[in-house]
Design a protein around this ligand. Structure first.
Ligand code: HEM
Length: 468
């Protein structure tokens, strides 16, 4: 069992050549225009939505590390893959590079006013309100609960039969986020509005995995309100969410420190409470952003581990012998999130002229950061497609080179929680189970809404389960 990874023959982490970047108050002057992809806009939009990774990888190969797309229904975004450009956007003044999440496919689902989709002072107010609930100390309260939920889940897995890990991970992460938001210990009790909401979310996540959902997604790009298939699905979700809000409004909030009770008691600068619609947008944002991402990140970690014996052995040995346990678990998570970032792209809109290396970007244009391409730069990560957790042993990921949680004032609010969940689950599964790939071929990437997930949900076979 004790296979230690082969000694690397070249550095496992490198450095990118410097590239000037940032706002250009005097305009873009003689900087070069960004090279454009030459396909029709409809085809580019379709490829970006359905086969994003192949599409941007090819553009990177053919046009270089900065290129421009032509998209339907939006301005033509510039895409960058350089860490210095990332730094310039993450450290920009908020009004010079506001986030594009408000224009993403999430808008018809969570509305325009949640912490994820709002910009400017409204965004900052909501972020400040929610931050304490996701700090390290607050997250520590959930660790025992995450461990219990994981142990219970592992006990249910069938031995010797293929099954998908993603829905199993999702069951754990949904319980965790609902506990935090609604202040429930463990899974909500049948008959409660929270239980109904949990059922609806599980059903909709399953539905969103069906091929017909990709069609619904395309139909909803750039929309304010849901259209097509998404409309009845959202109506069902809304009913369940408003029922939870109504029940909590009627309850005594004294002494409660869960997120919903806190939001119900919050007042804006005019002393007004949040409306039901604002509460709904905020709750759905937290539930949706807060569980599927983490579940799929874990699913990818195992999808990679069961196909990379050296990495899997390194993890199991460390966890079972308790030697360098924390360090190896952390490195494995860092490498999984580098190799398979669940959110492959994020964006900002530059409101002043901007420089990206030798290229100039006019004020008003969207700039996308391809997390996936940045994480696969050969100069930063030699042999970038290989899954090698040892890259991160004794090496902290760079702030602008490893960005699965984004960065700056829009950095993922739940990053500490997501890391804690991944540590606990990865460790428990590595300690108690021996998994094998259901099929030796790597799982295809499926793009769903803003996420990139394993197409078959990380199908594995449980060879052996140890007692808890
Ligand atoms: C592995 C799991 C996760 C990944 C990969 C992930 C990734 C991201 C990314 C890339 C962003 C956009 C950052 C940017 O534009 O710079 C984001 C934002 C956000 N995430 Fe996460 N996330 C995860 C888990 C969570 C969890 C557990 C929560 C809990 C509620 C959460 C809540 C949010 C919120 C509220 C925002 C918006 C922050 C803002 O705009 O100020 N995420 N996340």
């Amino acid at each position: 069992m004790s296979t230690v990874a082969a000694a690397p023959t070249r550095p496992l982490i490198g450095e990118a050549p410097p590239s000037e970047a940032g706002p250009r108050p005097d305009g873009i002057g003689d900087l070069r225009p960004v090279p454009e992809i030459g396909l029709p806009p409809a085809l580019q939009t379709l490829r970006f939505s359905v086969r994003q990774l192949e599409f941007v990888s090819r553009a990177r190969r053919e046009l270089g590390e900065v290129f421009r797309m032509r998209a339907m229904d939006s301005d033509h975004p510039v895409v960058t893959t350089h860490p210095d450009h990332v730094r310039s956007l993450f450290t920009a003044k908020p009004e010079q590079a506001p986030s594009l999440t408000g224009e993403s496919p999430l808008r018809p689902i969570v509305g325009p006013n949640s912490v994820l989709t709002a910009t400017g002072p409204r965004h900052m107010r909501q972020r400040k309100l929610l931050l304490p609930a996701f700090h390290g100390e607050a997250v520590q309260r959930y660790v025992a609960m995450i461990a219990d939920a994981t142990e219970r889940e592992i006990d249910k897995w069938p031995v010797g039969e293929p099954f998908a890990l993603a829905p199993r991970m999702q069951a754990i992460t949904l319980d965790v986020i609902m506990a935090g938001i609604f202040g429930i210990e463990g899974r909500p009790l049948p008959g409660t509005p929270e239980h109904r909401l949990r059922q609806v979310i599980r059903r909709l996540v399953w539905l969103s995995m069906q091929p017909v959902s990709q069609l619904a997604e395309l139909l909803n790009i750039g929309q304010d309100e849901p259209r097509g298939l998404l409309r009845p699905a959202m109506a069902m979700l809304d009913r369940a969410t408003y029922a939870v809000i109504a029940a909590r409004r009627a309850a005594d909030l004294e002494g409660r420190n869960d997120i919903l009770s806190m939001l119900l008691q919050a007042r804006d600068e005019d002393g007004e409470p949040l409306t039901d619609r604002e509460l709904r947008d905020e709750l759905l944002t937290l539930v949706l952003a807060g569980h599927e991402t983490t579940a799929n990140s874990l699913a990818w970690a195992f999808e990679r581990l069961v196909r990379t014996p050296a990495a899997y052995d390194l993890l199991r040995d460390a966890v079972r012998s308790d030697e360098r346990r924390e360090e190896v678990v952390e490195a494995t998570i860092h490498e999984a999130m580098r190799n398979r970032p669940v959110i492959p792209v994020i964006g900002r809109r530059v409101t002043v002229p901007w420089q990206l290396g030798e290229f100039g970007v006019d004020a008003g244009l969207p700039v996308l950061i391809s997390i996936a391409l940045l994480h696969h730069r050969e100069d930063l990560y030699p042999d970038p497609f290989a899954f090698r957790p040892e890259r991160f042993l004794g090496h902290k990921p760079g702030t602008y080179e490893w960005i699965p949680f984004g960065g700056g004032i829009r950095r993922c609010l739940g990053a500490t929680l997501a890391m804690a969940e991944q540590r606990v689950v990865l460790e428990a599964v590595a300690r108690r189970t021996d998994l094998a790939a259901a099929d030796p071929a790597p799982e295809r990437v499926l793009h769903r809404n803003v996420t990139m997930i394993p197409a078959l949900g990380a199908r594995v076979v449980l060879r052996e389960r140890r007692a808890s």
